[in-house]
Design a protein around this ligand. Structure first.
Ligand SMILES: [Zn+2]
Length: 55
């Protein structure tokens, strides 16, 4: 099933340590089927933590 193209897929990423959900990145839905898990810098934890995609 082909969906409409053009809409940006913004993924909300939540810090797995403090739960802050202020990080988002563009998601490539064509390549990424699974949930995103990225090492990103959290300004609350002040370090790189694992961020998971929030639905
Ligand atoms: Zn954090």
């Amino acid at each position: 099933m082909a969906k409409k193209k053009g809409a940006r897929n913004m993924a909300l990423l939540v810090c797995s340590e403090c739960g802050l959900s202020n990080v988002h990145s563009e998601r490539n839905s064509t390549n990424t089927q699974d949930k995103l898990q990225l090492q990103k810098h959290c300004k609350v934890c002040k370090k790189h933590t694992l961020h998971k995609e929030k639905k």
